[in-house]
Unconditional design. Structure first.
Length: 155
């Protein structure tokens, strides 16, 4: 995924906002999925916020505070984030279905001891560099039965 130019502005840590938002999305995704609240489908990054889309059989908005607290707990652990590539057939990640079949070398980002996801990046070097994550809102997409948007930002 290529980030828009407006995510290139530097945050207080000196890191690009896009790197911080993208890493926060990996944490949000894992918290939502591992707690059985929903399944990730897509991400969209803008200047200073992100939107992650999930399919959920529950009212995901009722979990806003819990998700935010769990995400910030992971950020606070200051876990290393490692990047590596591997042949597709050897990629041991849960989200390989989101990577086009034509991609033979898969880029993996691993938050040590937390998750390992296929992704193009970019990301921060450790979770503590993300900064505090705030879930701005969780809204159900109009006209759908179970599609939710989680809008978030980092400080």
């Amino acid at each position: 995924m290529r980030l828009p130019d407006d995510t290139a502005e530097q945050g207080p840590t000196g890191l690009r906002m896009g790197e911080r938002l993208h890493t926060a999305e990996h944490i949000i995704r894992t918290v939502v999925e591992e707690n059985g609240y929903g399944r990730f489908t897509s991400i969209r990054l803008k200047k200073n916020r992100g939107r992650a889309t999930f399919l959920s059989g529950i009212d995901l908005s009722s979990k806003r505070q819990e998700i935010e607290e769990k995400v910030n707990q992971v950020i606070g652990k200051d876990l290393p984030v490692k990047k590596y590539t591997t042949p597709r057939e050897r990629a041991d990640v849960i989200n390989l279905d989101l990577v086009p079949e034509s991609v033979r070398e898969v880029t993996i980002y691993e938050i040590q001891g937390f998750n390992r996801l296929a992704c193009k990046g970019p990301h921060v070097g450790k979770t503590g560099d993300v900064g505090k994550c705030t879930i701005l809102s969780i809204e159900k997409k109009e006209g759908t039965y179970r599609e939710y948007f989680i809008h978030y930002t980092v400080e």
